[in-house]
Ligand binder design. Structure first.
Ligand SMILES: [Zn+2]
Length: 74
């Protein structure tokens, strides 16, 4: 099973295999514990997870979300 979640550090979308306890963000290399992530979706296969990320990006606009996240942190 795969999770799709937001990186708690940079706010970008990432996927994680639930067989692991932690996942390093591919964008900022932050290592997050899966139990602490805000899960946006679940998928059975990696292909499903990739498709889910694509549709979430289209819905939410990955590039637009990031500056707001930084503002929120500061
Ligand atoms: Zn990140």
């Amino acid at each position: 099973m795969y999770l799709v979640a937001r990186c708690p550090s940079c706010g970008r979308l990432m996927m994680a295999n639930t067989a692991n306890k932690t996942r390093a963000c591919p964008h900022c290399a932050h290592r997050a514990e899966l139990v602490g992530l805000r899960v946006l979706g679940r998928a059975k296969t990696i292909q499903e997870a990739v498709a889910l990320i694509q549709s979430l990006k289209e819905q939410q606009g990955d590039a637009e979300w990031e500056p707001r996240f930084k503002k929120f942190k500061a």
